[in-house]
Design a protein around this ligand. Structure first.
Ligand SMILES: *[C@@H]1O[C@H](CO)[C@@H](O)[C@H](O)[C@H]1NC(C)=O
Ligand SMILES: *[C@@H]1O[C@H](CO)[C@@H](O)[C@H](O)[C@H]1NC(C)=O
Length: 472
């Protein structure tokens, strides 16, 4: 009965997306793919290499970790429009970039090298965090409350670079599970091209996963004063245990992870996928074995993945998601495009596994096309793509003059004259996808309206795979 309902829903899904996806427009997916990856260079923390192409950025955060703790925590990415390194969303970003790169390596073409470099910028940092001192996993650098009171270039940053960590006495199965997922996924990306690095990633992933499983708890319980409300673990840590174990299972084939997955049980009815909630992602990932290897052990996960599809598709009897008049999936008012890109990545991934297993299932490009300009405003929500795109994004580095054009220090408060200016940002953060339009398909291009105008690493990370899928 459940199976019949699911198939029914998938047929509806096929029809609605196929029809809507062909209404108009013909975006250049290859161009968008290249830009979606280039964006990550604008988010870099640490010492920038000669190959840096977003040249309005310079070195920053060079003493991260060293002043307080004598550990080297340079590198990694600022999460969005600010200058904080939050490992929880950074690790999710890394997992998603790795997933896209792994499954669509062929379709990536010339962008494959750049995607690997974007992943490695994160994993080099995550390895430092996971291997620095035994018993601790570092989970962030930079006091977010102090940072958010300033409008400063990362290069000028003079707010406290406080370091946060979890440990057996203050556990964080959420951030540890996600870090393990990221390292395990990345280990597969580098398996052939850099086997030594790949082994280091995988061995570290196993240790971090062990820590996540053994010391259960949410990192917000001990670090709430720093990570909430920004990246609180609202959904708890069970989803990251599922997701981390699913990635370790794919990377190692060790059946003990399957036993662990089965012991977690429970269907939670998730109709979202994000840096916080990964239940649906884990199930789509686990469906791969059901579809590609015909392994019956994975059928329950595949069933749950299909239940998820039915909750998010328009016209499905169990749908719980709204769509705008212009056809955009509308989940939440704050940074809605993050849900669009992450859920779209699950749809394309699932349809890719179905196609590989010679099932008929087709997924149109409606949501991706909408983001690239096939929408009522004819606006591209990717900066630097097409001719009409957001020019006042909520991003410190992009909105302040570069060091090259303005070498003098701009302090915490002095930056706000640029924040409130009506002029476009001086620096183009090519490839950045912003929070996106409101539920009426409107967009005000207002720097102070961060819930619509702020880009984020996890918005972009999730669209890299779909763009490669459509480009290939
Ligand atoms: C920190 O690590 C980076 C490599 O990731 C290295 O280039 C840098 O010199 C190190 N900093 C210190 C102070 O050791
Ligand atoms: C599988 O993983 C478990 C714990 O996660 C470990 O104890 C065991 O040695 C692993 N088995 C193999 C064959 O590597």
């Amino acid at each position: 009965m459940a199976r019949a309902a699911a198939s029914f829903c998938l047929i509806l899904f096929f029809l609605s997306f196929f029809v809507l996806g062909n209404v108009q427009g013909n975006p250049n997916y290859r161009d968008a793919l290249a830009k979606s990856i280039l964006f990550f260079q604008g988010q870099r923390s640490g010492r920038l290499p000669r190959s840096q192409q977003i040249t309005w950025r310079s070195n920053s955060g060079l003493s991260d970790g060293q002043l307080a703790l004598y550990v080297n925590l340079t590198g990694g990415y600022y999460d969005a429009g600010d200058n904080v390194k939050f490992n929880f969303p950074m690790a999710f970003t890394t997992t998603m970039l790795s997933w896209g790169t792994l499954d669509y390596a062929k379709q990536m073409g010339p962008q494959l090298q750049d995607a690997r470099a974007a992943i490695r910028w994160a994993t080099d940092y995550l390895l430092k965090c996971a291997r620095a001192t035994s018993g601790r996993l570092y989970v962030g650098v930079g006091d977010p409350n102090a940072d958010h009171k300033c409008w400063e270039r990362p290069e000028d940053m003079d707010t406290p670079r406080t370091v946060y960590w979890v440990s057996p006495t203050n556990p964080g199965s959420d951030v540890a599970g996600e870090t393990a997922a990221a390292l395990a996924a990345a280990s597969m990306v580098f398996r052939k091209v850099d086997p030594k690095y790949s082994r280091l990633l995988l061995n570290t992933a196993k240790n971090v996963m062990q820590f996540a499983m053994q010391y259960r708890g949410a990192y917000s319980d001990s670090l709430g004063y720093a990570v909430c409300p920004f990246y609180c673990s609202y959904s708890g840590y069970k989803d990251e245990l599922l997701w981390g174990a699913a990635w370790l299972l794919r990377a190692t084939n060790n059946v003990s992870y399957l036993n662990f997955l089965n012991s977690l049980g429970a269907n939670d009815g998730a109709d979202i996928f994000s840096w916080d909630n990964k239940f649906a992602g884990a199930r789509v990932l686990l469906s791969r074995r059901a579809l590609l290897n015909n392994d019956g052990n994975f059928d329950p996960f595949r069933q749950q993945a299909e239940d998820f599809m039915c909750r998010i598709l328009p016209n499905s009897p169990s749908s719980t998601i709204q769509y705008t008049q212009g056809g955009l999936m509308y989940k939440l008012p704050d940074s809605n495009l993050q849900y669009v890109t992450s859920i779209t990545s699950l749809l394309t991934t699932y349809s890719n596994y179905m196609a590989a297993a010679k099932h008929t299932f087709n997924c149109g490009s409606l949501q991706v096309d909408y983001i690239l300009g096939v929408n009522p405003l004819k606006m591209s929500y990717m900066v630097g793509y097409g001719t009409f795109f957001p020019t006042r994004i909520h991003h410190r580095g992009s909105s302040l003059p570069s060091l090259a054009s303005h070498p003098q220090f701009i302090g915490c408060d002095s930056g706000f004259q640029y924040y409130y200016a009506s002029s476009p940002n001086p620096n183009i953060l090519t490839g950045a996808i912003v929070g996106g339009p409101n539920q009426n398909d409107g967009y005000s291009d207002d720097r102070t309206d961060y819930s619509h105008s702020e880009p984020a690493t996890y918005i972009n990370a999730a669209i890299v795979g779909p763009l490669a899928f459509f480009a290939g």
